[in-house]
Ligand binder design. Structure first.
Ligand SMILES: *Cc1c(COP(=O)(O)O)cnc(C)c1O
Length: 227
């Protein structure tokens, strides 16, 4: 087995173990393989090992990879910070966007999503660690933004996403993820039909799954260190 295939298997094992520990069933969280900075060949290798969902953070890099992998049936998720003037290719080429954190961005993606395509699947990014991170709507404003996004016809709001400040302390990891899980509960209580918590990365996916993650975004543990 190649390095990527065995790393993928190890990652799937971690996810299954955490899902079992969470009591939600062994496939409670889907794996998004974060391939940013790695070449198309690495994606091809992961696909050969059964991986179909990939996350990218840089628009130009992602478009080039899509081009060279056009022969494969892949699901592309945009997970990076998105500038308002870069929304068009994202609206046209990706299936998911995880980093929507302001109304202007949502409205542009909605206007630019081609009519013949299924709606763009969206997660609202929430800044759960306060001032330390720049991206993400503040938790107190997340539900208001969720109502707006849910009303846009070419978008389908699926849930929330967060990138908490890294910490080795599992209690603190879980505290941060719980903020996102609470928001999902509140939004559902208001009648929004959401099913997604995009949270957990290479270093904290166990904590995220214990708090209800349904998508974990894993780069380093699959493809190795980025430089
Ligand atoms: C890079 C990135 C990841 C992957 O992080 P790893 O620690 O390498 O697993 C996950 N989510 C987002 C938004 C990222 O930018």
């Amino acid at each position: 087995m190649g390095a990527i295939a065995s790393a993928l298997q190890a990652c799937r094992d971690r996810i299954a173990t955490a899902c079992a520990a969470s009591g939600r069933g062994s496939d409670c969280a889907r794996l998004l393989a974060v391939s940013k900075t790695f070449p198309a060949e690495a994606v091809r290798e992961a696909h050969a090992a059964g991986q179909t969902r990939f996350g990218e953070s840089y628009v130009q890099e992602a478009l080039a990879k899509m081009e060279s992998l056009a022969d494969l049936d892949l699901e592309w998720h945009f997970i990076g910070p998105l500038q308002s003037n870069k929304t068009r290719p994202v609206a046209q080429r990706f299936q998911w966007v995880h980093g929507v954190d302001r109304e202007k961005l949502a409205r542009r993606l909605d206007e630019q999503r081609p009519n013949g395509m299924v709606p763009l699947q969206v997660c609202i990014q929430v800044n759960v660690s306060g001032e330390a991170s720049k991206s993400g709507v503040a938790p107190v404003h997340a539900l208001a933004l969720a109502r707006v996004v849910a009303s846009l016809p070419r978008l389908r709001l699926r849930g929330f996403m967060a990138i908490p400040e890294p910490t080795p302390d599992m209690d603190r990891q879980r505290q941060a993820f719980r903020i996102l899980a609470d928001l999902l509960r509140q939004a559902r209580h208001e009648g929004l039909e959401l099913d997604t918590l995009s949270m957990g990365m290479s270093g904290d996916l166990e904590s995220a799954i214990l708090e209800g993650a349904t998508i974990v975004r894993v780069g380093t543990a699959i493809f190795g260190r980025r430089d």
